[in-house]
Design a protein around this ligand. Structure first.
Ligand SMILES: O=C(O)C(=O)C[C@H](O)[C@H](O)COP(=O)(O)O
Length: 217
């Protein structure tokens, strides 16, 4: 996937579901539930043991209908791990020029994590396809997002971290290209005690909230 394709995919979906857990045993089942609910952009965090294998399984089972990225990419070696597993894009929590450089070499677009105006601008100038404003809720949520957008309206922003269902419309109304959520969307669905039925309900609610802002490009 190239930069513009990822931007188009985000505009067409407005929602990224982040899979992160103690282990990846339920990632593929959760991905199937998410796909059925209309979620098309998934991110498997590399902090989860077994995430690369889960990325490969999800690609095999769900095909090209679902975009599966690797998240929490911090090291250059993570880029290669994710690319070799078949991830179609990368998500980082930080701005690391070496990670962006290697991602470009491997042909993978990046949603690069950043927080301050300087970091956000730097991530964009280093060639990020979009900038993940993380952790957005902890620093002021929608008000912070709006403040960032005013002087930098050209940068596609993906607010992440503490984005709850009730916030989805507010962030998208404020000009975000998409929102990303882990805990508020996945809940405990990735644990053995979690319910995939409840996940289906939550995912449908998130998709419905984002749907108003979806545009076909
Ligand atoms: O994966 C990464 O690279 C991140 O840094 C982003 C996180 O997964 C967020 O921490 C999600 O936050 P919640 O949606 O509040 O659970």
């Amino acid at each position: 996937m190239i930069q513009h394709d990822l931007q188009d995919t985000l505009i067409e979906n407005r929602l990224v579901a982040i899979l992160r857990a103690a282990d990846a045993s339920r990632f593929a089942d959760a991905a199937i539930v998410l796909q059925a609910a209309g979620v098309r952009v998934l991110e498997a965090a590399l902090t989860t043991p077994g995430a690369p294998e889960a990325i490969a399984t999800i690609r095999e089972k769900l095909g090209d209908d679902v975009h599966i990225g690797a998240g929490s990419v911090r090291e250059v070696s993570d880029v290669d791990t994710a690319a070799d597993a078949g991830a179609t894009f990368l998500v980082t929590p930080t701005v690391n020029p070496l990670v962006l450089e290697r991602s470009h070499e491997r042909g993978l677009p990046v949603i690069c994590g950043a927080l301050t105006p300087t970091e956000i601008d730097q991530a964009w100038r280093l060639g990020a396809a979009a900038v993940k404003v993380f952790p957005v809720a902890a620093v002021g949520g929608v008000a912070y997002l709006r403040a960032i957008r005013a002087p930098m309206p050209d940068i596609p922003l993906v607010p992440t971290g503490g984005v709850h269902l009730a916030d989805v419309a507010k962030y998208l109304e404020s000009g975000s290209i998409a929102v990303a959520a882990a805990t508020p969307l996945l809940g405990d669905a990735l644990t053995s005690a979690g319910s995939l039925t409840d996940l289906a309900t939550r995912a449908s609610e998130f998709v419905a909230a984002a749907a108003k802002y979806v545009s076909r490009v």
